[in-house]
Design a protein around this ligand. Structure first.
Ligand code: RI2
Length: 321
């Protein structure tokens, strides 16, 4: 018998799809929270019915946004923590709840830890350019200001969703001096910048980084200006699906995020494309700051194999029980 989907699954999935819930770490925590609620409030009367309900919830959550790998990694980590096939229903539910809670705690702890490593790269008086909104990057800047460093931050607008607004709001509380620029002004301002800091949605086995559209161009410009680019991202962002050389799927979002249909029509009805992410090759990345410390792009493969080394398969899509 198929269990009805818990309303929290639909609410969480809708929130992620509409980007009301956004940012790789925030998405991961929302997914873990939804799984925890499903486990806590399940009325399944057998192990089989419970697992059917759980996997159906995981499949719905998984299919919301394709690029941020924290989403499948979170589901993978929770699934791995479940006990064997022979377990009774209560043991399975308790294990799901514990795993979902602990993954949320680990994500929070990782943000704090990587924030320190990122902050250690910044010196008093530095100017940092940031792109999009990343909780990991905000953690680095907040920690640096807590260390007593005075920073200036250049915030890129980040069309079409204007995540620069979220970054500016977050940083307003830190007391850093902020300058807000349109995306196309980045190159001009890089000659006054000491560091570029960006987040990540996925880290590939070859050390390349998938992040908000515009990151790759910014990285090329930063390299041309000898400005080091730091990627702030926990190891949850490592995508084991890339271990076999497969690329990360890039999300294309609705064209109306770029132009409303009336304006599109009025300028001759051009086709609109709206890729949400791009890929920055490792040669443009100075370092990654993770909760395990500073990492060169060349070091990603080793840590990815250690962390998620059993290959690209996502276990819950083919449950072993
Ligand atoms: P944290 C965002 O994607 C940006 O690309 C950002 O760099 C990345 O998530 C990482 O976010 P979107 O959800 O995990 O705005 O650092 O499309 O918060």
């Amino acid at each position: 018998m198929t269990e009805a989907t818990h309303p929290v699954v639909e609410e969480t999935a809708d929130g992620i799809e509409s980007m009301e819930t956004r940012g790789a770490a925030t998405i991961a925590k929302a997914v873990a929270d939804a799984v925890e609620t499903v486990a806590r409030e399940s009325s399944a009367s057998s192990t089989d019915a419970y697992l059917e309900e759980l996997y159906s919830a995981m499949a719905t959550l998984h299919d919301t946004r394709p690029t941020a790998v924290t989403l499948p990694n979170t589901l993978r980590i929770i699934h791995r923590a479940l006990p064997s096939d022979e377990s009774d229903l209560e043991t399975l539910q308790t294990a799901t709840i514990e795993a979902a809670t602990s993954v949320q705690d680990e994500i929070d702890a990782a943000q704090t830890e990587l924030g320190t490593y990122g902050a250690n790269r910044l010196r008093d008086g530095d100017t940092v350019m940031v792109h999009c909104h990343s909780t990991a990057v905000v953690s680095c800047i907040e920690t640096a200001t807590d260390q007593g460093k005075s920073l200036e931050v250049i915030v890129k607008e980040t069309r079409p969703r204007y995540q620069g607004h979220v970054t500016a709001s977050d940083l307003a509380d830190t007391g850093v001096a902020m300058t807000y620029i349109v995306d196309s002004a980045a190159h001009r301002y890089l000659d006054t910048v000491d560091h570029v800091f960006v987040g990540a949605d996925a880290i590939c086995a070859d050390g390349s980084v998938v992040n908000k559209i515009g990151t790759a161009g910014l990285a090329v410009s930063a390299t041309a200006r000898d400005v080091p680019l730091t990627v702030a991202a926990s190891t949850y962002k490592m995508d084991p699906g890339t271990l076999d050389g497969s690329p990360v799927e890039i999300e294309y979002r609705d064209p109306t995020e770029v132009l409303d249909p009336e304006t599109q029509e009025s300028i001759g009805n051009p086709r609109i494309e709206n890729p949400a992410f791009d890929v920055t090759p490792p040669k443009y990345i100075d370092a990654l700051v993770t909760e395990r410390g500073l990492l060169a792009p060349e070091g990603v493969h080793t840590i990815m194999t250690d962390r998620f080394g059993d290959g690209p398969a996502i276990p819950w899509t083919e449950p072993s029980r």
